[in-house]
Design a protein around this ligand. Structure first.
Ligand code: F0G
Length: 465
């Protein structure tokens, strides 16, 4: 295989523009160090003329590649031969038209949709990307793979390793802040789990070094193949809306892999003439991990045709390091200060006329309670998207009649500690888990009712409530 293939790895730096075959294992451009894309010579590929063509695949759901919510769109991520694809049935997700959450956000009924990525096999959107990374790992004959994680990436890599038994996996997590649901997955699926005394940003730095030295396949979102899989979240949203483009897509921002993948998907669909307009992207940071918000909204950092102002970025990180500033939020999945896909996210914002907002942990947990009471529930980081919609409605940026899709990135069961602390109203637990992060109220708490082991008293309680 060589550069005559229609799929290739392509440096995102326009002043470099280097290209590499898909057979190489790269997580940055060897020439200039910038992020890579997977790009395609679309003229030489069988591109569908119309997105509706994908509907014909629904009738062949007995075939694993058509059952997969990622690979039934493989014509739009055509880097792998069919016989190399590794699938565990990822991407069986639902778009819920949620009137209850719409009302809370100040949206009209029928205008707010929740995309439940928690329904994936490992309970988060990461499986969309991991199926693509693990497929590429198979294409290049990798035996060992690793990732750093705030918990969901590790759970996803671990489930792919346990179900397919193709890879020996090492996952790196930080200490303390990983939610128990996620840690339990990595342990239960049998992955070697290294808990570093540090946070995600530390774990990310270490795993990149380890992978370089030991020739281990890296499955974080600097891996451009992973982001190809995550494009399909956009395809499924459009599919659920019967191919009508919404006005807004709202997504939590952590390492910014999803945002980057969404921007790429939308740019490609537009270029291929498969959609006629691009929705606006709103990326929502937690206020305690708000690097993108700071850089984009406060320091005016822009994609600038592939040449973002490096001085702004260096100055920002320099000041962060000098102050010893660490990311801190109850939405532990997005507790990240140095998002590895920063530049690609700037491109996504550019392509979509996007915006960035930050929301507090209080706003996140209140939004999460609304999602739980109005639907399937989600983990804290996911609810940042809903809190973001409410904020953007209050600002008047989103209109009540706009069609808005919030991506709920992770399952409700991922982080029971935070959920129970919010609802239970046990003062000691509340203070320990939430108060230390600036959450002081639980206006939507659904507290358990304590009652004696006595039928009369139980009946009293039921009749009163
Ligand atoms: N939501 C959830 C539930 C996540 O687990 C993550 C990222 C994000 C949102 C942010 O997505 O990084 O693409 O901007 N979790 C990573 C992990 C970092 O290690 O599991 P992003």
């Amino acid at each position: 295989m060589s550069l005559t293939e229609p799929a290739f790895q392509h440096c995102t730096n326009p002043d470099c523009d280097a290209r590499y075959p898909v057979q190489e294992t790269l997580t940055a451009c060897p020439a200039c160090g910038e992020l890579l894309d997977i790009d395609y010579d679309w003229d030489r590929l069988p591109v569908p003329r119309n997105l509706r063509e994908f509907e014909a695949r629904w009738g062949r759901r007995h075939e694993p590649l058509e059952f997969s919510g990622v690979w039934r769109f493989r014509q739009l991520l055509p880097f792998a031969p069919d016989d190399q694809i590794v699938t565990i049935g990822e991407g069986q997700t639902i778009l819920q038209d949620s009137h209850a959450v719409a009302a809370w956000c100040g949206m009209n009924a029928g205008s707010l949709f929740l995309q439940y990525e928690g329904l994936n096999p490992s309970g988060s959107f990461k499986d969309n990307g991991m199926t693509a990374a693990v497929t590429h790992a198979r294409m290049v004959g990798a035996q060992h793979a690793a990732c750093a994680s705030t918990g969901n990436t590790s759970a996803s890599l671990a489930i792919f390793a346990s179900t397919t038994r193709r890879l020996q996996v090492i996952v790196f997590v930080g200490s303390g802040k990983i939610a128990y649901g996620k840690l339990s997955q990595a342990l239960d699926y049998g992955s070697k789990t290294i808990q570093i005394q540090g946070d995600f940003d530390d774990a990310m730095r270490q795993v990149q070094e380890v992978c370089k030295h030991e020739k281990i396949y890296l499955c974080n979102s600097v891996n451009p193949f992973r982001l190809e899989g995550q494009k399909t979240i956009i395809f499924r949203i459009l599919e659920s809306l019967r191919w009508e483009v919404p006005d807004w897509i709202v997504v939590p921002g952590g390492n910014l892999g999803n945002s980057s993948a969404f921007g790429k998907a939308l740019a490609e669909l537009k270029k291929l003439g498969l959609i006629n307009r691009v929705p606006r992207l709103a990326i929502i940071n937690a206020a305690g991990a708000n690097t993108l918000w700071q850089l984009h909204e406060q320091h005016n950092l822009r994609w600038n045709a592939g040449r973002p102002d490096r001085a702004i970025i260096q100055k920002f990180y320099g000041a962060m390091d000098a102050a010893g500033h660490r990311a801190s939020t109850l939405a532990t999945a997005i507790q990240i200060n140095r998002p590895v896909n920063l530049k690609k996210a700037l491109r996504a914002l550019d392509v979509t006329d996007g915006i960035v907002r930050q929301v507090s942990d209080q706003e996140i947990l209140d939004a999460k309670a609304q999602v739980g009471a109005g639907g399937f529930g989600c983990e804290p980081a996911s609810a940042a998207s809903v809190a973001g919609v409410r904020l953007l409605r209050n600002e008047g940026v989103i209109a009540p009649s706009d069609r808005v899709v919030c991506v709920l990135t992770g399952h409700q069961l991922k982080d029971p500690t935070t959920t129970v602390a919010y609802h239970a109203r046990d003062p000691e637990q509340f203070e320990r888990v939430l108060g230390s992060q600036g959450v002081h109220a639980a206006p939507y708490a659904n507290s358990p009712i304590a009652v004696a082991n006595d039928l009369g008293q139980i009946m009293d309680v039921i009749r009163r409530s």
